[in-house]
Design a protein around this ligand. Structure first.
Ligand SMILES: NC(=O)C1=CN([C@@H]2O[C@H](COP(=O)(O)OP(=O)(O)OC[C@H]3O[C@@H](n4cnc5c(N)ncnc54)[C@H](O)[C@@H]3O)[C@@H](O)[C@H]2O)C=CC1
Ligand SMILES: O=C(CO)COP(=O)(O)O
Length: 336
């Protein structure tokens, strides 16, 4: 008799823990947390209070702070650490991961310097493994609270995607699939920059028309860059595109939106990051996105203003004045 598929999730933060809890409802799952205290709390109390307060995790979820044990356990490996740490964590785990184990990324940022997407970093550190991602409008706390949500397994190979879908699905968590890995990954990465802009708007006290404008023009920027990089346009109208953009721009739970809002209320980035104690990927990724846009000759006025705020100290009020000066081109076609 064959044994059930074993899932390992690397990263004991808000989302890694939540995905591990979902998977544990379906199959034996081991979560690797850097902190031994976090691993112990998950095993003994079935909570991760540092990131998810007193929310109950699936009781069968096991955790370890031993990376080798976690890697050896994996029939399917899920990488849930922030983008900037993926390369180092996987370099250490790689000798212990069996060949051909599929690897799914949860991360929504780009590696500074290399400008690589998380799945490309995985491809470099774990060559020969099928690589994809799990993404969508998935604010961790809401998913763990059992509120209905949907995600996408994006992977070029449909058969592998089909096999992975049921591992993460739950009664009120629907998992779709999509072969456009590039578009699905870029949707999750780029929406963080627009969410910072949406937060800035919130902090400046804008109206609903302005909110709608930021979100819609933000989607235009995301789609333009994504298509220029080779993604399918329709992906940006789906869960990993418009869906994730809406959730992140609208929800006070979003860390990226909270960063933008606090900046508009005159807090410094250092104060905000220290208070939050969690990752807001858009902050580190904004400069890389602007560089990519220039390289692909794509206009991204909102991303440029966000970059100027987080990297050059421009005040959000000035950024919004800057946007008012941006040329109103044709709504769908860029004018040179
Ligand atoms: N929280 C959410 O609702 C969602 C988050 N994501 C994405 O998932 C990724 C992880 O985010 P969260 O879990 O929310 O972050 P988090 O800030 O809640 O937790 C980050 C985790 O990574 C660990 N970590 C940080 N640096 C590390 C390093 N150098 N080596 C090993 N571990 C390290 C921390 O100890 C912590 O366990 C991000 O890319 C985020 O954009 C995606 C969907 C939803
Ligand atoms: O990606 C997310 C929801 O899908 C979480 O967004 P934040 O990282 O801004 O909290």
């Amino acid at each position: 008799m064959s044994r059930p598929v074993q899932v390992t999730v690397l990263g004991g933060g808000s989302w890694g823990t939540t995905v591990a809890s979902l998977a544990a409802g379906n199959t034996p799952t081991l979560l690797w947390a850097r902190s031994a205290d976090t691993a112990r709390e998950i095993n003994e109390q079935h909570t991760n209070s540092r990131y998810l307060e007193d929310r109950a995790l699936t009781p069968s979820l096991r955790a370890t702070s031993d990376l080798r044990e976690a890697a050896e356990h994996a029939d399917v490996l899920v990488v849930g650490t922030p983008s900037h740490s993926i390369r180092d964590v996987l370099a250490e785990a790689a000798p212990h991961v069996r060949p051909w184990v599929p690897v799914l990324s949860l991360a929504k940022g780009l590696e500074a310097g290399t400008r690589l997407r998380p799945t490309q970093i995985i491809g470099e550190t774990l060559p020969g493994h099928p690589v994809g991602l799990l993404a969508g409008p998935n604010l961790a706390r809401e998913v763990l609270d059992g509120k209905a949500a949907a995600a996408v397994v994006a992977l070029p190979d449909a058969a592998t995607a089909c096999a992975l879908q049921p591992l993460f699905a739950a009664h009120l968590f629907r998992v779709y699939r999509n072969e456009d890995l590039l578009g699905s990954e870029l949707g999750g990465v780029l929406k963080n920059i627009i969410a910072i802009a949406a937060g800035m708007a919130e902090g400046l006290g804008v109206g609903d028309n302005t909110r709608a404008m930021v979100l819609t023009r933000g989607l235009s920027e995301i789609t333009r860059l994504g298509v220029a990089m080779g993604a399918q346009e329709r992906t940006f109208a789906g869960l990993t595109g418009l869906g994730d953009l809406m959730a992140t721009c609208m929800s006070p739970l979003s860390r990226n939106r909270r960063v933008g809002e606090a900046l508009a209320r005159d807090k410094t980035l250092e104060e905000i990051t220290a208070e939050m104690g969690q990752v807001a990927e858009g902050v580190k990724t904004a400069r890389t996105v602007v560089e990519l846009a220039r390289e692909h000759d794509v206009r991204m006025p909102i991303a440029e203003e966000v970059d100027a705020v987080v990297n050059d100290g421009r005040h959000p009020r000035e950024a919004y004045r800057g946007l008012r000066r941006a040329a109103a081109e044709h709504e769908y076609h860029e004018v040179a």
